[in-house]
Design a protein around this ligand. Structure first.
Ligand code: ADP
Ligand code: MG
Length: 555
C-alpha cells in the first residue's frame, strides 16, 4: 500500500514545536517516556493474554538498541501494539487530557504579560514554559527534544498487518502498511547532530543509557535489555521495606503511575498479613488534578495480584472523596481474572478500602501536627473533595472533621474545629457558622454583627459542599453546628427590652409584616448592632446560598 502523509492535529503541532525548540532542559526524560509507554503496552498484553489464549505471550520485555555510528536509538517492546487507527488517534493527536492541559497552561502563560520589548521576555517565557512541561509531562512527544526524525513500527497483537509511522516533528507525518512487522512496537529515534556547545546528545552511548534506565525506570516490572544485559532490577517498590527505598525512587515510581510530574506530598506504605494478604503503596499528590470535580474523574489506585498488573482506576479500593490518592494495591489472594463486578462485592476488598481510607486520613492528621505547610497545601487542594465524605453514611465523619479547617472570624488563617472548640466562650455550647460564596461576602453580612460585637467566633464556610454537609452532620465533640442566619440565635443580650418597650414596637412590626409579603414573621432581635434589620431563615429553612443553589438547579 502507498504511503500517506497526514497532518498532526493543530494542538499536537503546537506542542511539537515546543519540543523541537527544546525548551525543557532535562532531555534525559524522553527515554523514560518511551520505556513507560512500552511498559504500559506490556501490561495490556499480559492482561489480554489472561483471558485470550491467542494473545498470550512469553518473555514480555523491552529492548534497547543503540547505534553510535548511525546515531540512532531504538526502544522495542513485544506488547499490545497499535492498529493504524490507534496510531493516527493516539500519536497524531493529543489524546491525553494531561497533555492538553499542559498546552492550555502554556498558552495562558504566553498570553500573560505579553507586551513591551523586554529582551529577557522570551527567555523568561521559555523558562516558565519549561517549568510547566516539567510539571505536566508530554509523553511521547518529548522524543522530539532530541530527535530530528522518529520512526515507529507497530503491529497490534492478534492482527495481521503492521504500520510504519514516521515524522520529523514539523507538522506532518507519514503512515504506511508494512507486512513483516513483529507484534508490539518499536520506536527508532534519529538523534540530532551533536551540538558543540552541549554534549547532550550522547544518547547512543551505552553508559548514558544504562545510567538513565537505572535512574528513572529501575522498578519497571519487565526486563529492559540491552544486548544480553538486563538494565533494571524490576523490584516492585511496594514489596521493598521502606528503609531500602530512597525518595528519588518513590518519586519516579509516582510519576510512572500518576503521569504527574510534581513530587507527591506524602508516601504511605502498608502491609497486611494473615488470612488476606496485601501490600499497598499510596501517594498523596501535592496538587489537585484539573478533573477532580468531573463526574468521570479517574481514580488513582491500580490493582495488582502478586506483582501482576490487573487494572487501573480501581474505584473499589478507596472511597470517592479520596479519589485523588494514587498508588498500588497488590493483593495476594485474588484471582488474576477478577472483574470489577466481583471486586464490588468482595468482602476483603471492602475491608481493604476501609483500612486504606483510615490510613490516608490519619496520615493527613499527622501532617497537621508535624508539617503545617504540607497540611495547608493538602487542605487547599483536596479539602473540598474530602468534605464530600461528610455527605454519605461513611464511618469517617469524625476523622474528616478532625482534619478539616475553615475560615473564621477569629483571624485570617483557617482554623481546625478542635481549635475553635478550645476558644469557645464560657457557656457557649454551639459551633456557629455562616455559609456563603466567599469570605468577603460572608464577612460583610449583618448576620455577623452581634457575634462580632459579643466576640463569638463564627466559622466562614465558603465551599459549595459546605452548604450540604452542615445539614447532615449533627455535631463535633458534642457541640452542635448552628447557622447564624437561621432561627432564633440566643446570644445573651446585654440589655433586655422591657415589656413596655417591646410593646411600643408592636404596631411597626405588624405594619412591616403586612407590607412585606414574602416574609413570614417580623420580630425584635438582639443579633444586630448597627444594621437596622436583617433577613433570617426558619430553623428548618434553607440557608440563602442553598436556596440559590436549588433555584439554579430549577427546583
Ligand atoms: P500516555 O502514555 O500518558 O497515554 P503518551 O504520549 O506517552 O501518553 O502516549 C500516547 C498513547 O500512545 C499511549 O496512551 C498509548 O496508547 C500509545 N502508545 C505509545 N507508545 C506505545 C507503545 N510502545 N505500545 C503501544 N501503544 C503505545
Ligand atoms: Mg506515556
Amino acid at each position: 500500500m502507498s504511503t500517506e502523509t497526514l497532518e498532526f492535529q493543530a494542538e499536537a503541532r503546537q506542542l511539537l514545536q515546543l519540543m523541537v525548540h527544546s525548551i525543557y532542559s532535562n532531555k534525559d526524560i524522553f527515554l523514560r517516556e518511551l520505556i513507560s509507554n512500552a511498559s504500559d503496552a506490556l501490561d495490556k498484553r499480559r492482561l489480554a493474554g489472561l483471558t485470550d489464549d491467542a494473545l498470550r505471550a512469553d518473555d514480555l520485555h523491552i529492548e534497547i538498541e543503540a547505534d553510535a555510528e548511525a546515531r540512532t536509538l531504538t526502544v522495542r517492546d513485544n506488547g499490545i501494539g497499535m492498529s493504524r487507527e490507534d496510531v493516527v488517534g493516539l500519536i497524531g493527536t493529543i489524546a491525553r487530557s494531561g497533555t492538553a492541559e499542559t498546552l492550555r497552561r502554556l498558552k495562558e502563560n504566553k498570553n500573560n504579560g505579553n507586551n513591551g520589548n523586554d529582551g529577557n521576555k522570551e527567555q523568561k517565557e521559555n523558562a516558565a514554559s519549561a517549568e510547566l512541561i516539567g510539571q505536566f509531562g508530554v509523553g511521547f512527544y518529548s522524543v522530539f527534544m532530541v530527535a530530528d526524525k522518529v520512526g515507529l513500527v507497530t503491529r497490534k497483537a492478534g492482527t495481521e498487518q503492521g504500520v510504519r509511522w514516521e515524522s520529523d516533528g514539523d507538522g506532518t507525518y507519514t503512515i504506511e502498511t508494512v507486512e513483516d512487522a513483529p507484534e508490539g512496537t518499536s520506536v527508532t529515534v534519529h538523534l540530532r547532530p551533536a551540538d558543540e556547545e552541549d554534549a547532550l546528545y550522547d544518547y547512543a552511548d551505552d553508559r548514558k543509557i544504562r545510567e538513565i534506565v537505572k535512574r528513572y525506570s529501575d522498578f519497571i516490572s519487565f526486563p529492559i535489555r540491552m544486548g544480553d544485559e538486563t538494565l533494571n532490577s524490576m523490584k516492585a517498590l511496594w514489596a521493598r521495606p521502606r528503609s531500602e527505598v530512597n525518595d528519588e525512587e518513590y518519586r519516579e515510581f509516582y510519576r510512572h503511575i500518576s503521569h504527574d510530574w510534581t513530587d507527591p506530598l506524602d508516601v504511605i506504605q502498608m502491609r497486611a498479613e494473615g488470612t488476606f494478604e496485601y501490600e499497598a503503596l499510596l501517594f498523596i499528590p501535592s496538587r489537585a488534578p484539573h478533573d477532580l470535580f468531573q463526574r468521570d474523574a479517574r481514580h488513582g489506585v491500580q490493582l495488582y495480584v502478586k506483582r501482576v498488573f490487573i487494572m487501573d482506576d480501581t474505584r473499589e479500593l478507596l472511597p470517592d472523596h479520596l479519589r485523588f490518592v494514587k498508588g498500588v494495591v497488590d493483593a495476594a489472594d485474588l484471582s488474576l481474572n477478577i472483574s470489577r463486578e466481583i471486586l464490588q462485592q468482595d468482602r476483603h476488598i471492602q475491608l481493604i478500602r476501609r483500612r486504606l481510607a483510615k490510613k490516608v486520613l490519619s496520615t493527613v492528621k499527622d501532617l497537621m501536627k508535624n508539617d503545617a505547610e504540607k497540611y495547608r497545601t493538602f487542605w487547599r487542594e483536596f479539602g473540598p473533595a474530602v468534605k464530600e465524605g461528610l455527605l454519605d453514611r461513611s464511618e469517617d465523619h469524625k476523622a474528616i472533621l478532625d482534619i478539616a479547617s475553615f475560615g473564621s472570624t477569629a483571624g485570617e488563617e483557617p482554623t481546625s474545629l478542635a481549635d475553635y472548640v478550645s476558644r469557645m466562650k464560657d457557656g457557649q455550647d454551639k459551633i456557629y457558622f455562616m455559609t456563603g460564596e466567599s469570605r468577603a461576602q460572608v464577612e460583610n453580612s449583618p448576620h455577623l454583627e452581634a457575634f462580632r460585637a459579643k466576640e463569638y467566633e463564627v466559622l466562614l464556610l465558603t465551599d459549595p459542599v459546605d452548604e450540604i454537609w452542615v445539614e447532615g452532620v449533627a455535631e463535633y465533640e458534642g457541640k452542635e453546628f448552628q447557622s447564624v442566619t437561621r432561627g432564633a440565635v440566643d446570644l445573651p443580650a446585654d440589655e433586655e427590652l422591657s415589656e413596655e418597650e417591646s410593646g411600643s414596637y408592636a404596631p411597626l412590626l405588624g405594619w412591616l409584616k403586612e407590607t412585606l409579603d414574602d416574609v413570614k414573621d417580623v420580630r425584635l432581635t438582639t443579633r444586630l448592632t448597627s444594621s437596622p434589620a436583617c433577613l433570617v431563615s426558619d430553623a428548618e429553612g434553607l440557608t440563602p446560598t442553598l436556596e440559590k443553589m436549588y433555584k439554579a438547579m430549577g427546583q
